[in-house]
Design a protein around this ligand. Structure first.
Ligand code: NOJ
Length: 723
C-alpha cells in the first residue's frame, strides 16, 4: 500500500455518494462512511439507509480502486433498526442479558440487509446524570449491569454466542459453520461490528450539559467508568469510539494515556478506535490544537485510527509522515487495524448487502417493551381490595379512559436514535386499548383539555400517558428541570382531585423527578420509550396478561438539586446516619436519600425473603469463594419475577470504595406460594479494584455482603478475605 492508500483507510466521510464521491473512492482516498444526517443525527429522522446506494459505492471501491479494499458502512443502530426496541435505558431496566443479546441480534440482521456493516453501539457511559439527554442511550448507572448488558449487546451485534464462546466477528454468511450462534441459520442474516462508546467519562459533563468539560481522576475512571469498556473489549468488541469531552483537561481525541497506553497497550485491544463526529477537528475548538494539521498529529499519536468526518487525516497525514512529524508506524498500525476489521467481517468475500429476508421480530419487540416497564407504585383503591393494588385492572374494569400525549403516539414511542424506525410501524396504545376493551375504551384525542376532565368524570378509571417526547432526550438535549414537561403535573393534579382511580404511565428517556406524581396517582408505571410494540405491551401489562418485570437501572432522585444521586456513593469522613432525620437531611431543606432507589420495581405480587445463608465466612484471597443464598417466596396471588440483587462493600481499602456496589443479580420466576433460591458465588475478583498506583488488587479483611430487592434494602452479612 502507498502511504496515501494507508491514510485513505483512516478517513471516514459522511453519507458516501457513488456519484459525487466516485473519484475519492476510486483513488482509495476513503475507507469508511458514517451514514447519518449530521452531527446530531439521533434527533432527526432521515430517509433511511438504502442497500442499493451502499452497494453502488462499494462496487467502486471493490472493482475500480487499485487495491479493491471494501468500504465499511457505519450507522447508529442503537436499539433496533427497522424494528425498534425500547431505548437502551429501557432495555437495561429488564436486567436480562439474553433479551439484550436477542434484540441486538435482530438489529444486526435487519441492518446488515440494508448494507450496514458497523453499528456505533453499545453506549457504555455509566449514567449518573439525568439532566444529560444521552441517558436514554445508556445501560444504567451500575458498572456491573452496564458491563454485562453491554457485552451481551456486543455479542448480539457481532453474532457471537451469548456465553462468549465465539469472540470473533466472523463472516456474515447465514448458517455458516463459524456462525457461532444457534439462531444464525434461522434468521438467515448477517452481523455487524459493534462500537463501545464513548471512551471515556462523557457522562460526567459538568451540570449535565452535553459536550461540557469533565473533571475526573483515573482511579474513578478505572473503578467505575472504564469497566463496561473493559467488558466489551473482552467480549470481542471490534471498535471503540472516543468521547467528545476532555478528561481533566486532556481532550479524549488527544488522550494518548487512556487510548493508547491503557486501552490498546494495557488491555490489548486490537480493534479500531474511531473518532466521534468531527472529534479530531474539535481539538481546535477545545484549544489544544492550533489547526487541523496539529489536530491530526495529536489524534493519530493518541491512538485514534479513524477520523470521522473532520478531514484532518485525509488532508494532513501524508505530509505529516513525509515531514517526519508523525512516525509512519502510527499510520501503519491504524491502517492494519482497519483492514483487519474488514477481513474479520468477511467484507472481502461478501462486500455487498444481502437479499432481504423476512425476520420475525415483532414478538421480540413486544417482549422487550413489556420487560422494560417498571412499576413504581401500586396502591389499593376501593373496589380493588382483593388484589395487590390498582393494577392490574379487573377483567371487566368498567369504562377506562386512555388519555395524554402518547395515546396515538407513533414516532413519540420510538425514542431517540431510531433512524430507520417508522412511525407507521408503531402499534399505538389507543389501538391496542380499543382492540382489547372495545366499547369500554374511551380514547381521548391526545391533548389535555377541559374535555379531558369531563371524560375522567365519565370513566371508572383513568390511564394518563404522560412524559417526555424523545426530542427532549438524546444527544444535545440536556434539561435543567427533570420534572414532567410543562403543564402535565397540573393536569394530573386536576385528575386526581376528581377522586377516581388514576394510573399514570410515564414515557421518558431519563429518570425524572416524579415526587408528586408518585403521591397523587394510584399506580405509576415507567415505560421509557418502548419501540414499535409499545401499545400492545402496555395494554397487556395494565390488564394483567403480563406482569411488570423491570427494575430501575438508575436511581430516581428527589429533585434536580440532589444530582448526582446514585448508588455509586463512596464513604465520606462524616458518614450519613440515614436513621437520623437531622443527619439524613444533609441538605437543610431536603432529605438526601433518593426518591426511588436503584434496582427497585414492583410487580403484581409480593415476595418475602428468608435469612441469608453463607457457605463460609472466610474467603482465601487466592482461589477462594463463598456461596451466598437466600430463599424467596412469592407471597401474593399471581406469578411474578423477582430480581434478587447482590451488593458488596470492601470495608478497608487503599482508596475509598463504594458503600454499596451491585455485584450480581439472579432472576427468579415464581408461582404464588412457591419458594425459589437465589444463589450467588462470591469470588475475590468481585472485590477487586484499582488502588492508588492504578494496580488491580483485592484486599484481605472485612467485606459486607448485602442481598435484597434493591439498593435501598436487604439483609447483610460480613465476610473476611484471608491471606
Ligand atoms: C455523534 C454521537 O456522539 C455518536 O454517539 C454517534 O455515533 C456519531 N455522532 C455518529 O452519528
Amino acid at each position: 500500500m502507498t502511504l496515501a492508500e494507508k491514510v485513505g483507510q483512516t478517513h471516514q466521510g459522511a453519507n458516501l455518494d457513488p456519484v459525487a464521491d466516485h473519484e475519492l473512492i476510486r483513488s482509495g482516498g476513503i475507507g469508511s462512511s458514517v451514514m447519518a444526517s449530521g452531527a446530531t443525527a439521533g434527533n432527526q429522522r432521515d430517509t433511511g439507509v438504502r442497500a442499493s446506494s451502499v452497494d453502488a459505492a462499494q462496487r467502486i471501491a471493490v472493482e475500480q480502486s487499485r487495491l479493491g479494499i471494501p468500504l465499511l458502512f457505519g450507522r447508529d443502530v442503537i436499539h433496533g433498526h427497522r424494528t425498534v426496541f425500547p431505548i437502551p435505558l429501557g432495555l437495561a431496566a429488564a436486567w436480562d442479558e439474553d433479551l439484550v443479546y436477542r434484540t441486538a441480534r435482530v438489529a444486526a440482521a435487519e441492518a446488515s440487509l440494508d448494507g450496514v456493516t458497523w453499528t456505533f453501539a453499545p453506549m457504555l457511559d455509566i449514567s449518573e446524570e439525568p439532566r444529560w439527554g444521552r441517558m436514554a442511550e445508556s445501560l444504567g448507572e451500575a458498572p456491573v449491569l452496564a458491563s454485562r448488558l453491554g457485552a451481551a449487546m456486543v455479542r448480539g451485534f457481532q453474532g457471537d454466542s451469548p456465553d462468549g464462546s465465539d469472540n470473533g466477528v466472523g463472516t456474515p454468511d447465514a448458517g455458516a459453520p463459524d456462525a457461532g450462534t444457534p439462531d444464525a441459520g434461522t434468521l438467515g442474516v448477517g452481523r455487524v461490528a459493534a462500537c463501545a462508546k464513548h471512551f471515556v467519562g462523557y457522562v460526567l459533563v459538568r451540570g449535565g450539559r452535553d459536550y461540557a468539560t469533565v473533571q475526573v481522576g483515573e482511579n474513578t475512571l478505572r473503578n467505575a467508568h472504564m469497566r463496561p469498556f473493559r467488558a466489551a473489549v473482552q467480549a470481542g468488541c471490534s471498535t471503540v469510539m472516543a468521547a467528545f469531552t476532555d478528561v481533566d483537561g486532556v481532550p479524549m481525541h488527544a488522550h494518548r494515556r487512556l487510548l493508547r497506553e491503557v486501552l490498546k497497550d494495557e488491555w490489548g485491544f486490537e480493534g479500531v478506535v474511531v473518532a466521534d463526529w468531527d472529534g479530531v477537528g474539535q481539538l481546535v475548538n477545545q484549544g489544544v490544537a492550533a489547526d487541523l494539521r496539529d489536530a491530526a498529529a495529536q489524534a493519530i499519536a493518541a491512538g485514534v485510527d479513524i477520523d470521522m468526518v473532520s478531514g484532518a487525516y485525509s488532508a494532513h497525514l501524508v505530509e505529516l509522515v513525509e515531514s517526519g512529524q508523525v512516525p509512519l508506524d502510527l499510520v501503519d498500525d491504524a491502517a492494519r487495524r482497519i483492514i483487519r476489521l474488514k477481513l474479520r467481517l468477511g467484507l472481502f468475500e461478501h462486500p455487498y448487502a444481502r437479499t432481504p429476508a423476512a425476520i420475525p421480530a415483532r414478538a421480540l419487540a413486544r417482549e422487550a417493551a413489556a420487560s422494560s416497564f417498571v412499576l413504581l407504585t401500586n396502591r389499593h383503591t376501593h373496589g380493588h381490595n382483593d388484589r395487590v393494588g390498582t393494577l392490574p385492572l379487573a377483567a371487566s374494569p368498567g369504562r377506562v379512559l386512555l388519555t395524554g400525549p402518547f395515546v396515538d403516539g407513533g414516532e413519540a414511542l420510538l425514542g431517540t436514535w431510531s433512524l430507520d424506525g417508522r412511525a407507521e410501524d408503531v402499534a399505538s396504545p389507543a389501538s391496542a386499548m380499543r382492540d382489547r376493551l372495545a366499547q369500554d375504551a374511551i380514547v381521548d384525542d391526545g391533548r389535555f383539555s377541559d374535555r379531558t376532565m369531563h371524560l375522567v368524570r365519565e370513566a371508572d378509571i383513568t390511564i394518563a400517558l404522560v412524559g417526555e417526547h424523545p426530542s427532549r432526550s438524546g444527544e444535545a438535549n440536556s434539561v435543567a428541570d427533570i420534572g414532567l414537561p410543562a403543564g402535565q403535573l397540573e393536569v394530573l393534579r386536576a385528575m386526581a382531585a376528581i377522586g377516581k382511580p388514576l394510573v399514570v404511565v410515564v414515557f421518558a428517556g431519563r429518570p425524572l423527578d416524579l415526587g408528586e406524581v408518585l403521591d397523587l396517582a394510584d399506580a405509576v408505571l415507567i415505560a421509557w420509550h418502548p419501540g414499535v410494540e409499545a401499545g400492545p405491551a402496555l395494554i397487556e401489562t395494565l390488564l394483567g396478561d403480563r406482569s411488570p418485570r423491570g427494575r430501575l437501572p438508575m436511581t430516581f432522585p428527589r429533585s434536580v438539586g440532589h444530582l448526582p444521586s446514585s448508588s455509586l456513593a463512596r464513604p465520606t469522613g462524616r458518614p450519613i446516619d440515614a436513621a437520623d432525620d437531622q443527619d439524613a437531611g444533609r441538605y437543610l431543606d431536603a432529605l438526601v436519600v433518593p426518591r426511588l432507589p436503584f434496582g427497585s420495581g414492583l410487580t403484581y405480587t409480593t415476595f418475602s425473603y428468608g435469612p441469608l445463608r453463607l457457605s463460609a465466612h472466610q474467603m482465601p484471597r487466592n482461589g477462594g469463594s463463598i456461596e451466598v443464598s437466600v430463599d424467596v417466596t412469592n407471597s401474593g396471588q399471581r406469578p411474578g419475577r423477582e430480581v434478587v440483587q447482590l451488593y458488596l462493600r470492601d470495608v478497608v481499602a487503599d482508596v475509598t470504595r463504594p458503600l454499596l456496589e451491585l455485584s450480581d443479580w439472579v432472576s427468579l420466576e415464581l408461582d404464588p406460594g412457591a419458594t425459589g433460591t437465589a444463589t450467588f458465588t462470591i469470588t475475590p475478583g468481585q472485590l477487586s479494584y484499582y488502588d492508588r498506583t492504578m494496580t488491580l488488587r483485592t484486599d484481605p479483611g472485612a467485606a459486607v455482603v448485602t442481598v435484597g430487592p434493591d439498593a435501598g434494602s436487604g439483609a447483610t452479612a460480613q465476610i473476611t478475605v484471608t491471606g
